[in-house]
Ligand binder design. Structure first.
Ligand SMILES: [Mg+2]
Length: 372
């Protein structure tokens, strides 16, 4: 089987207002992503999604479309979609970074493989290692204290058992927001925070000391990208459990995190890590060093979220039972661009057991919602 053609489309889907995301990186109120359609010589096609975000990974819709058309598609057309290592190698030789663009093509190849074999992608990865229905945490934006408390009460009512609150903006308000949410949800519900690189080590240590009585189960990415020493210091001096996220795109980053004793767990997902295969390699490496992993998110639509779900089921070290992650992206959006949306009820997402990623993109609908 050979890849013969690739098409890429920009797509624009607004978020529902009560789920607008506010982080130290800014506001996310509308998703402008790229969907990729990979066609093969025997008629099987696959779909992939690049959740590009200029503020998160530096990738844009327009750059991603040009990169796929002009660089990545020419590099992999003619390859067998079963040979993911070769496809990764060709993409990596043709351009640096651009993790999300590469992952869209890679997940489409897994989709094709699964459809050809009549098996869901998690089976191709050696799974399922856990139940197909996965419980997520809820990731709440850095709202003002009153809105955060109101939202937290709603989330408990919807059945969430773990809430993650965004911080990393103004330290004083950050502390008040987290404390307000803890007071609202009571002592039993698990509470995590995520600074998205927004604090320095000094600010993080100060805030975490003030929040010492709030029983934070994990502190995600408190310090800047690339600063392994800062993250290790926060972990050492506060004793908090640290979840690395925005600092870990590839295997070398994971090696540095572990070598420098920066974290207790690593957040992974196919988009950020350049594809399902590469995310699996990082999870396996972390497992050998006793570090569990969980699933992170960039608010994916159905295709990207399905790829994440298959990865969670296919990798033994994706310990979402102990460290709930994010598989709720489609629920943040006003509409779905697929014919068979993922089954998401409150905190529970069920990964499809259909062949491939188990998702059928409505390409006509995608064309109706282009990025201007
Ligand atoms: Mg994060």
């Amino acid at each position: 089987m050979k890849i013969v053609k690739m098409e890429a489309f920009g797509v624009r889907v607004p978020l529902v207002p009560e789920r607008h995301m506010i982080t130290s990186l800014g506001q996310h109120t509308v998703s402008e992503y790229v969907l990729v359609r990979v066609l093969t010589d025997d008629g099987i096609e696959g779909a992939g999604e690049a959740t590009v975000s200029p503020r998160w990974s530096g990738e844009t819709v327009w750059g991603c479309l040009a990169l796929i058309d002009r660089i990545l598609a020419p590099a992999v057309i003619g390859c067998d979609p079963h040979n993911i290592a070769e496809i990764d190698s060709r993409m990596d030789k043709s351009c640096q970074m651009n993790w999300f663009a590469k992952s869209a093509i890679e997940m489409a190849c897994w989709d094709i493989q699964g459809k050809a074999a009549g098996k869901p992608v998690y089976e191709l990865l050696g799974g399922p290692h856990r139940h197909l229905t996965i419980r997520s945490r809820y990731s709440m934006g850095a709202y003002d204290v009153d809105r955060a408390k109101r939202r937290a009460a709603e989330l408990i009512h919807e059945g969430f058992r773990t809430i993650k609150v965004k911080v990393g903006l103004d330290p004083k308000t950050d502390v008040e927001r987290v404390r307000g949410v803890r007071e609202t949800i009571g002592p039993e519900v698990d509470l995590m925070i995520d600074a998205n690189c927004g604090w320095t080590a000094d600010v993080a240590i100060d805030c975490l000391r003030q929040l010492a009585d709030c029983r934070l189960t994990f502190v995600e990415q408190p310090t800047p990208d690339g600063d392994y020493a800062a993250m290790a210091r926060v972990r050492r001096e506060t004793g908090c459990k640290i979840l690395a996220d925005d600092i870990c795109f590839d295997l070398v980053h994971a090696q540095e995190l572990i070598r420098n004793e920066c974290c207790d767990a690593i957040s992974l997902y196919p988009g950020k890590n350049g594809g399902i295969r590469k995310a699996c390699l990082i999870a396996d490496y972390a497992e050998k060093h006793g570090i569990p992993c969980s699933i992170g998110s960039n608010l994916e639509l159905d295709v990207g979220t399905a790829a994440m779900g298959h990865f969670v089921l296919g990798s033994r070290n994706m310990k979402v039972e102990d460290i709930p992650g994010d598989l709720l992206g489609p629920a943040y959006h006003e509409f779905s661009i697929v014919k068979n949306p993922l089954d998401i009820k409150g905190p529970l997402t069920t990964v499809p057991d259909r062949p491939g990623l188990g998702i059928e993109v409505d390409w006509d609908l995608v064309r109706k919602h282009p990025v201007p």
